[in-house]
Design a protein around this ligand. Structure first.
Ligand code: HEC
Length: 169
């Protein structure tokens, strides 16, 4: 939609780089750049190498976050409870789901909204497809907003700002 010629040219240039096991991942890959660009704040990468997702079997993840959320998010330890992290309003956390070849196949995002938006987490969720466009659910509706299917899991983490943290290796 807002795809510019520059992005298309970048796609062509990067086309050959996605081979190999999780190799050749560029942070400039067009769908990721497009998803990141759709949020207000700039996002920085939080983890180093992609790690296997604990939530989505067989997939690998990277996490990007706005500042100062990125620093807060570092304190959330996957598998442990009690970091007492609370994200400031306007924070964005983006999880990139990658297949074994390193290709981004889906993007899931959490935006921390204003107090009272949707207590107790006050999260707005969003899901993007591999092409960087907003995903649609089985009913055809855009997968964004207070999505109950996302909240169900994240609400189980009240002592960590409703966040899981990425699996450390
Ligand atoms: C089955 C439980 C479950 C459901 C349902 C779920 N998540 Fe998560 N989510 C997790 C786990 C576990 C992690 C930790 C990273 C991983 O293992 O992939 C996570 C991580 C995340 C992160 C990175 C921030 C964090 O908490 O560490 C985002 C963003 C996210 N999920 C968004 C979503 C969205 C959007 C949906 C709905 C489409 C969703 N999640 C549904 C379990 C779930």
């Amino acid at each position: 939609m807002r795809r510019s010629t520059t992005v298309v040219v970048m796609a062509a240039a990067l086309g050959g780089g996605a081979g190999g096991c999780l190799g050749g991942i560029s942070h400039e890959e067009p769908p990721l750049a497009e998803v990141i660009g759709s949020f207000g704040p700039a996002l920085t990468k939080v983890n180093e190498e992609p790690v296997e997702s604990g939530a989505v079997p067989g997939m690998f993840i990277d996490v990007w976050a706005s500042e100062p959320a990125a620093r807060e998010y570092l304190r959330v330890i996957n598998g442990e409870s009690g970091s007492q992290v609370t994200l400031p309003e306007g924070s964005v956390i983006l999880r990139v789901l990658r297949d074994r070849a390193g290709r981004a196949t889906r993007f899931t995002a959490i935006v921390k909204r204003e107090p009272g938006f949707h207590p107790p987490a006050d999260f707005s969720f969003a899901v993007f497809d591999a092409d960087g466009q907003k995903a649609r659910g089985p009913d055809g509706a855009l997968m964004e907003g207070t999505l109950a299917e996302c909240l169900a899991c994240h609400l189980t983490r009240p002592a960590d700002g409703y966040l899981f943290g990425w699996p450390r290796r």
